[in-house]
Design a protein around this ligand. Structure first.
Ligand code: OAD
Length: 252
């Protein structure tokens, strides 16, 4: 397997999905045995599902919080930290994962596009989200800030659910990163920009659209996945295999 073509001026945008954490022991969503096999997305991952049955939603996320105990990053997460150290501000990691394993590995130039499982926020007011490992088995949590204003509001996981918008500031940060990457063509014919998607089935937007955004400005696009992904045909290069083996080799 060849390495990523990273010269001394190349920018690298990385997108990760559930597949990068699979070997750390976290189930993916759409594979056999994945989270969406046993649960209805509409019931546990939408504002309507939360309004209809908040207990069921907290049971789902409470169990996912419990399952994080003892889970650690794998070689693929660590390889991305090393790449970030080498590239500095020419590196940006966008993750769809809410498991915080990139942070645990040491990634800093990173955007959590879909939120963070171990954080909680109010479902009504705009108080900042906070770190939280509680599983709320017995009693639904309510917001103290709203309480002080004479209102009862439920707390919810700080996760972007289906039908909810991604924070526009995060999308702006990605746009700014792409805007500063050089569009000057290298001898290979590509702009000085590499995009690497790891462990994602390419089903959920806007993340699934990043490959086209990068191609639109001439970048060189790579997919590292266990199997062909649903938007795999949009990538110029595909490397099939386990993230923990393929990703370190791409940066070797
Ligand atoms: P998916 O479950 O849709 O896709 C995971 C991908 O990882 C699949 O294509 C697998 O083949 C691949 N895979 C599995 N094990 C792997 C391994 N060891 N190495 C490399 N690849 C592996 O997960 P995502 O694409 O991340 O959103 O899903 C995107 C979003 O849909 C999630 O963030 C979540 C979900 O609904 C929300 O909850 C908002």
């Amino acid at each position: 397997m060849s390495r990523l073509p990273l010269g001394s001026t190349t920018s690298l945008l990385v997108l990760t999905g559930a597949g990068i954490s699979a070997e750390s022991g976290i189930p993916t969503f759409r594979d056999a045995g994945g989270l969406w096999e046993g649960h209805s997305m509409a019931e546990v991952a939408s504002p309507e599902g939360f309004a209809a049955n908040p207990q069921q939603v907290w049971r789902f996320y409470g169990e996912r919080r419990r399952n994080m105990t003892g889970v650690t990053p794998n070689a693929a997460h660590h390889a991305l930290v090393a790449a970030e150290k080498r590239l500095g501000d020419r590196f940006l990691l966008v993750t769809q994962n809410v498991d915080a394993l990139h942070t645990a590995a040491g990634s800093e130039r990173m955007i959590e596009l879909h939120g963070n499982l171990m954080r909680t926020r109010c479902s009504v007011c705009d108080r900042p989200s906070f770190a939280d490992t509680s599983t709320y088995n017995d009693k639904l949590p309510t917001c103290e800030t709203c309480d002080g204003r004479g209102r009862k509001s439920l707390l919810r996981p700080d996760i972007v659910w289906f039908g909810e918008a991604i924070n526009p500031q995060l999308m702006n940060r990605i746009s700014r990163f792409l805007a500063t990457a050089s569009t000057r063509r290298t001898p290979s014919g590509y702009a000085d920009l590499v995009f690497l998607a790891i462990g994602t089935s390419g089903n959920v937007y806007p993340a699934a659209g990043l490959v086209n955004a990068v191609r639109g400005i001439g970048g060189h696009t790579y997919l590292a996945n266990l199997e062909e992904s649903d938007n795999g045909y949009q990538f110029q290069e595909t490397i099939l295999g386990k993230a923990s083996e393929v990703v370190p080799a791409l940066f070797a």
